[in-house]
Ligand binder design. Structure first.
Ligand code: SAH
Length: 262
């Protein structure tokens, strides 16, 4: 069996219990060496064969998986954060499907969650934003035209921008062009949850100079939105006057539908 597993955002103890067990039992591990914390590999058995996919092509990864499968080995493909974001697992899964090789996916803690923890932020604040846009600037991987940063910025919802630390001047310009006021709170979170984590608070306009001052050029997320500011409304869910499926209102008012998230 091949398992695609999320390694978590960085800290070694932020892998899931299941991911940890998979690593302990694996015969073969192929890990994304550019971002996965190599400390996680100390969970592997001495005789586990370990490959760093940073120096491999898709074909080479598939060859290791196929040969390992034919030998009946337990294989873990370890991706940073959660494998559902910017990990290129779909092409691996489709190739395995074609070869009739079974696989499954074990989730992980994405770096956008690690960054929220580092910022002590709630991305969805009542009265401010109830949506999170996860996106990136176009780099060597193009972004479809209809998903421009400016078009998302026009909603002024919370945004978490991956893979764009080298393009902060352009990112600021696009965010402002789309409708974020230049003084909207923003942050650069470098290596969230790693020991060398840096949390740099700034505004949409000052992203580039803020990252530059701390020499942050990669492995960072840009978080943008008024959720990083001070104002918001208190939740309905925990309001004494608000009845839920689980709790009676102490001063009943008409319940508001569709607000439950607990
Ligand atoms: N699947 C991963 C994302 C892989 S794309 C996830 O769920 O997090 C790689 C990009 O993720 C990096 O360029 C950076 O923008 C971001 N990233 C990954 N780990 C990070 C961390 N610990 N702190 C900040 N950004 C991180």
């Amino acid at each position: 069996m091949i398992t695609f597993a999320g390694a978590g955002p960085g800290a070694e103890d932020l892998i899931t219990v299941r991911g940890q067990r998979l690593l302990q039992e694996a015969d073969i591990v192929i890990y994304a060496g550019s971002l996965v914390n190599p400390g996680l590999l100390s969970l592997c058995r001495e005789d586990c064969r370990v490959y760093n996919s940073a120096v491999m092509t898709l074909e080479e990864v598939l060859d290791v998986m196929t040969a390992g499968h034919e030998e009946g080995k337990q294989i873990v493909r370890l991706h940073t954060g959660d494998p559902c974001l910017y990990s290129a697992i779909r092409e691996q899964m489709d190739a395995l499907k074609e070869r009739n090789i079974p696989y499954e996916v074990c989730p992980g803690v994405s770096s956008f969650c690690g960054a929220a923890a580092a910022l002590e932020a709630e991305y969805t604040l009542p009265g401010i934003s109830q949506s999170v846009v996860i996106t990136r600037m176009a780099g060597r991987t193009p972004v479809p035209d209809k998903e421009s940063i400016a078009s998302f910025a026009s909603h002024q919802a919370t945004m978490v921008v991956f893979l764009s630390t080298g393009m902060l001047r352009e990112l600021s310009a696009e965010l402002i062009r789309g409708g974020y006021p230049a003084d909207t709170p923003a942050a650069v979170v470098y290596k969230a949850t790693w020991p060398e984590e840096k949390v740099l608070r700034c505004t949409v306009e000052t992203l580039e100079e803020t990252a530059g001052r701390e020499n942050v050029t990669k492995t960072a997320l840009i978080v943008v939105g008024r959720i990083l500011g001070d104002g918001y409304e208190r939740s309905r869910l925990y309001d004494p006057s608000f009845a839920t499926e689980f709790r009676r209102a102490s001063h009943p008012k008409a319940p508001v539908s569709g607000q439950n998230d607990d």
